[in-house]
Design a protein around this ligand. Structure first.
Ligand code: HEM
Length: 323
């Protein structure tokens, strides 16, 4: 038996094993490899993401947030990637929670072109976002998991839907939990995924309501004064600050320590302390080595299972629907 045949048999057997543990959705681990659609797809995306994120870790944070913002609106269907067009002047991308803060679009564009060069027309942009977020979690947090794929790209993207679906930084725990529950996600998912606020940045405008005219009593006062120094009142420019001042580029459990110290940027972060259930989870994540990493991985897969309309296509370029 040639080496090539032996390799194909190994791939075939591992695909059978993985299919044996498939979830109820139609997504499948190693979909492009097992179905022989584009066996190299995930490796190609990983190479592109690694090139960008190793130079600019903030883009990794952007990609993880992009996956969240994509999946919560119409399911994980790359609707967040569509540029405004004559037929659709107001896509999700222009909504306040995305514009101008969402970043990493160029990484997805390059990953898509690299994949198209090898396997044209078969790998969805929605899957590329999911792979890129997974790869960013590995680079920034050494968090490793398999993400099911086989998503389609949607043809609808509407800015008005974004605010209704996504939690905002001023929301309390009841609202945040309800918005996650509307997507089929649990309180565990809320707490685990919030740990993404251990990387990346925030614009001052996302939390200055907690600094002026008085420092929000739910925030550590010293931290409030520190943030005032970074975000002056009525500043002409909306500056950015890092989410986690202790380990800014590591996707780790430091977020839970920050929240416990009342040094999270957002009211929604603080609100995890306001119920016994979330406070106890938060404490577990804070003190148990490896727990955050394991639960974050599980919850990213759960988020990736948020189903859209089931209708769609494989876009030729990620910024526009096919014509
Ligand atoms: C629980 C409710 C959540 C709220 C209210 C929230 C809100 C926000 C806000 C306001 C920002 C700052 C945006 C800016 O001004 O630049 C931000 C940043 C970020 N969020 Fe969340 N978020 C939530 C959950 C999540 C989830 C579930 C994830 C992903 C798993 C996530 C990942 C991130 C990341 C990585 C950043 C930094 C982005 C960057 O540096 O470009 N967030 N979030």
């Amino acid at each position: 038996m040639g080496a090539r045949n032996a390799f194909q048999i190994i791939v075939f057997l591992s695909c059978i094993l993985i299919f044996g543990t498939m979830s109820a959705t139609s997504l499948e681990v190693d979909y492009y490899k097992c179905k022989q659609i584009c066996p190299q797809a995930e490796e190609i995306v990983k190479g592109v993401v690694y090139n960008y994120v190793s130079k600019e870790p903030g883009l990794g944070a952007g990609l993880i947030r992009m996956f969240f913002h994509d999946c919560f609106v119409r399911g994980c269907d790359a609707s967040v990637l569509l540029d405004p067009s004559i037929l659709n002047p107001n896509p999700e991308k222009l909504a306040v929670p995305n514009n101008p803060s969402l970043r990493g679009f160029e990484v997805i564009d390059d990953a898509k072109s690299a994949v198209e060069n090898v396997c044209p027309g078969v790998v969805s942009c929605a899957d590329i976002i999911a792979f890129a977020a997974r790869d960013a979690a590995f680079i920034l947090g050494n968090i490793s998991y398999k993400i099911p794929s086989g998503r389609l790209d949607g043809r609808v993207s509407n800015a008005d839907e974004v605010r209704k679906a996504l939690p905002a930084p001023f929301h309390d725990l009841t609202v945040v939990k309800a918005l996650f529950a509307a997507q089929g996600l649990s309180t565990n998912d809320v707490v685990a995924l919030s740990g993404a606020h251990s990387i990346g940045r925030s614009h001052c405008s996302s939390f200055t309501n907690r600094l002026y005219p008085t420092i929000d009593p739910t925030m550590d006062e010293g931290f409030g004064y520190f943030l005032r120094g970074k975000c002056p009142e009525n500043a002409p420019v909306d500056s950015v600050v890092t989410q986690d001042f202790v380990t800014p580029t590591e996707l780790d459990s430091q977020y839970y320590q920050n929240v416990a110290d009342r040094k999270g940027l957002f009211f929604s972060d603080w609100s995890l302390l306001t119920s016994g259930e979330t406070a106890s989870l938060l404490n577990d994540f804070r003190i148990t080595p490896g727990l955050f990493e394991a639960k974050f991985a599980e919850s990213m897969v759960n988020m990736g299972n948020i189903a859209g309309s089931g209708q769609g296509e494989i876009r030729r370029i990620c910024r526009a629907v096919n014509y």
